[in-house]
Write a protein that binds this ligand. Structure first.
Ligand code: HH2
Length: 267
């Protein structure tokens, strides 16, 4: 899953494509490099980011989505939003997946939007609102952080099911770096089997995040590609199947090799 941020303020400048032409060119490059999904997002969750009004988010996301679907009708496009209004407008333009970083906490109508469209629904673990969810403010856990993440995601999943979303529509994401210090992101990756036990495919989004920098001795975002690849490969071997990344080519090449070995490994 290639990240296409149509925002002026996302944390990694290499993933920011606010102008339509730049966004379409970036999507074309990611598709050529082997992306199976393009994830279009119009609202940054970087710590302290100002929330975006519905109309502004629609204005950012829709023209890009429309252009992508016109140029590549078979492309699978997801929309990274926690607003049901954006989600409904996006599926009307051909988005196949709704990626909700709030795990249905942001807008209770999101599940119905996924249900009515028959769209895929990514439920990511986070805590708090947009401005604080990617900070350490709410990274307060007891003895079993992974257990807390799994149980909070289970309740998001149960809300989706209660709203009539089919189990096969749902993908779960531990929300790396969201209300998680480095130790918590590492713990959820190491304990991915506990999330998989809920019975849904798992998506991970480690791309160039702060925990990767911290684990590599304090590197800035531009030097976090190798760490990103390592996290994706480790997650693949722990059962993740969708990888949300800025650098589609390098990650795809690494995962193709690792996956071949995984498939042939003796149990
Ligand atoms: N991470 C970000 C945004 N959306 N969605 C899912 N499912 N999983 C993630 O880990 C995830 C996500 C944050 O990264 P990015 O989009 O690069 O930054 P920003 O929020 O600043 O636009």
């Amino acid at each position: 899953m290639g990240v296409l941020n149509v925002t002026p303020d996302s944390f990694w400048s290499g993933g920011r494509h606010a102008a339509l032409d730049a966004a379409v060119a970036a999507a074309e490059a990611m598709l050529a490099e082997g992306a199976d999904i393009i994830d279009v997002g119009g609202e940054s969750t970087r710590p302290g980011a100002r929330g975006v009004e519905l109309a502004e988010e629609v204005r950012r996301v829709l023209p890009v989505l429309r252009t992508l679907k016109r140029r590549w009708p078979a492309a699978v496009v997801s929309v990274d939003t926690n607003k049901a209004g954006v989600a409904r407008a996006a599926v009307a333009e051909g988005a196949a997946i709704l990626n909700d970083v709030s795990g249905l906490r942001g807008d209770p109508a999101m599940a119905a939007a996924a249900r009515d469209a028959g769209a895929g629904l990514v439920l990511m673990h986070s805590r708090g609102g947009v401005a604080e969810m990617a900070s350490y403010e709410l990274a307060r856990y007891g003895e079993d952080p992974v257990g807390e993440v799994v149980s909070e995601l289970r309740s998001s999943r149960d809300t989706a099911l209660a709203e009539g979303v089919a189990p096969a529509q749902i993908v779960l994401d531990p929300g790396l770096g969201f209300a998680k210090r480095t130790e918590h992101s590492v713990a959820v990756l190491a304990g991915l089997d506990r999330l998989l036990s809920l019975g849904h495919p798992v998506l991970v989004g480690p791309s160039r995040k702060r925990f990767i920098g911290e684990l590599s001795g304090g590197l800035p975002p531009e030097q976090r590609l190798e760490g990103t690849i390592a996290a994706c490969v480790a997650a693949l071997l722990r059962g993740a199947r969708i990888f949300r990344v800025h650098d589609v080519g390098p990650v795809r090449r690494a995962l193709d090799v690792a996956d071949e070995i995984r498939k042939r490994a003796t149990p």
